[in-house]
Design a protein around this ligand. Structure first.
Ligand SMILES: [Zn+2]
Ligand SMILES: [Zn+2]
Length: 272
């Protein structure tokens, strides 16, 4: 089977560590045949003085760095083939979709991972902002978050939807479960031709589960939405985290195929 991991950051976002080479070498050591970077996009909402993503004048350098790694590590042939992929974790900010699309068109991305990180000025994944949850009704948080995700799907903003139930990160779940927020979106995700990542970083969060929840994964699979497994690494040792149990559980659920990307074209790949 083809093992690959498309969601990794670099020191350029200011909150990830380790040289880019170390991420690639970890992927090769794990027997992966592809590895992709997906740095945070420069139009992300930022607190003053706290830059958490690529700076506008670093996008060229980031793309060049990934290309250089491809020149160094790419291998062809039936034994040990390996490919470095160029991706972007693109924040969905409704008023910035135009500028985002310009950046999508300017470089030859292999895939765009679309994310909702903010509800209003609240950056949901930030541990330092976890106490925001105490100020709101948990169900309302999920409601508002998924409304932005819905807008992202309707815009057909990206190839892959990132960490679909991200508010789960801080361990608080809505009273009626998460699936009820996702179910109405599934036909739209399917119609938009988007894939959904199973983001294993959730296992290391207070949510103690991959994103999205397993009942959501089952519903997505049942509807024929393409899936892939990503680690959302911010350190080289996080590459491929929890892939073995996650892929084993997908197999048990009857998932036979995941999806890879090349120049923004989806390609099915068997998981055995
Ligand atoms: Zn990050
Ligand atoms: Zn993210």
């Amino acid at each position: 089977m083809t093992l690959y991991d498309y969601h990794a950051h670099t020191p350029r976002c200011g909150h990830a560590d380790g040289p880019m080479e170390a991420y690639v070498e970890r992927a090769i050591a794990l027997g992966m045949s592809e590895f992709g970077f997906s740095e945070h996009s420069p139009w992300m909402i930022q607190d003053p003085g706290q830059w958490n993503c690529l700076k506008w004048d670093e996008v060229d350098d980031y793309v060049e760095d990934v290309k250089r790694l491809g020149e160094r590590y790419d291998r062809t042939g039936s034994e040990g083939a390996f490919k470095v992929r160029l991706g972007l974790e693109a924040d969905f900010v409704p008023s910035r979709v135009g500028i985002a699309r310009e950046v999508f068109a300017r470089y030859s991305w292999d895939y765009i991972i679309g994310s909702v990180h903010h509800v209003g000025f609240w950056c949901m994944p930030k541990t330092s902002e976890a106490e925001e949850f105490d100020k709101h009704n948990v169900d309302d948080v999920y409601e508002l978050y998924f409304e932005v995700v819905r807008q992202m799907v309707r815009e057909r903003f990206c190839d892959v939807i990132a960490h679909l139930d991200l508010p789960k990160k801080h361990g608080k779940r809505p009273t009626g479960g998460i699936l009820r927020y996702v179910e109405p979106l599934i036909p739209e995700i399917k119609a938009a031709g988007m894939a959904v990542e199973i983001n294993t970083s959730g296992e290391d969060s207070l949510g103690e589960e991959v994103y999205p929840a397993w009942d959501v994964i089952a519903a997505l699979h049942g509807a024929g939405v393409p899936l892939l497994v990503n680690s959302d690494s911010h350190k080289p040792r996080q590459v491929g985290r929890y892939f073995t149990p996650t892929i084993a559980r997908l197999r048990e659920m009857g998932v036979k195929e995941l999806v890879r990307f090349e120049k923004r074209e989806a390609v099915g790949t068997g998981i055995g």
